[in-house]
Design a protein around this ligand. Structure first.
Ligand SMILES: [Zn+2]
Ligand SMILES: [Zn+2]
Length: 264
C-alpha cells in the first residue's frame, strides 16, 4: 500500500485553502498517483489557536488562520467516505508539553507529526541556523537530543524529515543507535521531500533507517506536498529506500492508533 502521511492543504500556488473542495482536488490527484490514503498535516503554527506557543518570527508571521475550517473541511471529507485523515505537523516546543497536550485535546486527530524546524531560536533548514552557530557536529548532537525528547514526550505519532539537520549540516557520522533506542512506539517518516531540495537526498539517510529497522521502529511515508500536484511525488523512491533498509510494512493511523499494512 502507498499512502502519503504529510501534506499541507493548499490550492495550486501553495495558497492556504482549508476547504472541502480543495480536499477533493487532492483526493483526485492522489488517486491518479495510486496513493490509497492521504493525511493532511497542516503546520500548527498557521493557526491562531497555537499562537501562545510561538516565539520564532517566521512562525509568528505565518500565524494567520483559525483552526476551525481546517478541521471541519477534513471531518466533512471523512464523513463523505473520502480516503483522508485529520493530522497536524506540530513543532516540538520543549517545556511546553502540557499546553500542547491541552491544545491537541480539542480536536479528533488521527495523526500528529512532530517536527523540529528551530532550536533555541535558530533554524534547522534556514539561516540564521543552529549549524552556522555551533558547527555541524554540535548541531547534530543538539538536534537529535531534542528530537529524542520530542519522541519521549508522548505528543507525537511520528517524526517528520528525521535528519533535517543535514540540510545545512551535510551528511555526517553520529550516534544513531542511541537515538533510535529512545523512539519506542514513535515512527520515523520516510520522506521524498528532500529530493526536491538542494541536497537531493531522501529523509532519513540509509544508515539511520537501517538502525531504526533493527530497533523495531515503524515508518510512515511522506511527500510533504504543499500543492495537489506534489501529492505522492517520488514515493516509489521512498518505498525502495525503506525496503533497502529491511522494511516490509508501513504504519497507518486512525484516531492516533497505528496499524501495519504491506509496503508498496
Ligand atoms: Zn516540516
Ligand atoms: Zn511539512
Amino acid at each position: 500500500m502507498i499512502v502519503d502521511y504529510h501534506l499541507h492543504l493548499r490550492s495550486e500556488g501553495q495558497h492556504v485553502s482549508h476547504k472541502v473542495e480543495t480536499v477533493e482536488r487532492w483526493v483526485e490527484a492522489a488517486s491518479k498517483r495510486g496513493v490509497a490514503e492521504i493525511v493532511f498535516t497542516e503546520h500548527a503554527y498557521y493557526f491562531f489557536e497555537m499562537r501562545t506557543l510561538l516565539t520564532v518570527p517566521y512562525q509568528i508571521d505565518h500565524c494567520h488562520v483559525s483552526i476551525g475550517p481546517y478541521v471541519e473541511a477534513l471531518l466533512e471529507a471523512k464523513s463523505r467516505g473520502l480516503p483522508v485523515k485529520l493530522g497536524l505537523e506540530l513543532d516540538y516546543y520543549p517545556g511546553r508539553e502540557d499546553e500542547i497536550r491541552e491544545l491537541l485535546a480539542r480536536h479528533p486527530w488521527d495523526f500528529v507529526l512532530g517536527s523540529i524546524h528551530y532550536l533555541d531560536g535558530l533554524g534547522i533548514d534556514v539561516e540564521p541556523s543552529l549549524v552556522g552557530s555551533v558547527g555541524a557536529k554540535e548541531g547534530y548532537r543538539r538536534y537529535f537530543e531534542a528530537l529524542g525528547h520530542a519522541a519521549a514526550s508522548g505528543l507525537f505519532d511520528a517524526l517528520a524529515h528525521p535528519d533535517l539537520v543535514k540540510f545545512l549540516g551535510g551528511v555526517m557520522d553520529w550516534d544513531r543507535e542511541a537515538f533510535v533506542g529512545e523512539l519506542g512506539s514513535v515512527c520515523l517518516e520516510v520522506s521524498s521531500a528532500g529530493l526536491r531540495k538542494p541536497h537531493g537526498r531522501l529523509y532519513p539517510e540509509p544508515d539511520l533507517l537501517a538502525a531504526a529497522r533493527e530497533a523495531g521502529v515503524g515508518i510512515t511515508l511522506a511527500s510533504d506536498a504543499h500543492e495537489p500536484d506534489d501529492v505522492g511525488r517520488d514515493l516509489e523512491h521512498a518505498v525502495e529506500h525503506a525496503r533497502a533498509a529491511g522494511y516490509e510494512t508501513v504504519t497507518l493511523f486512525e484516531a492516533r492508533r497505528g496499524r501495519q499494512e504491506p509496503l508498496g
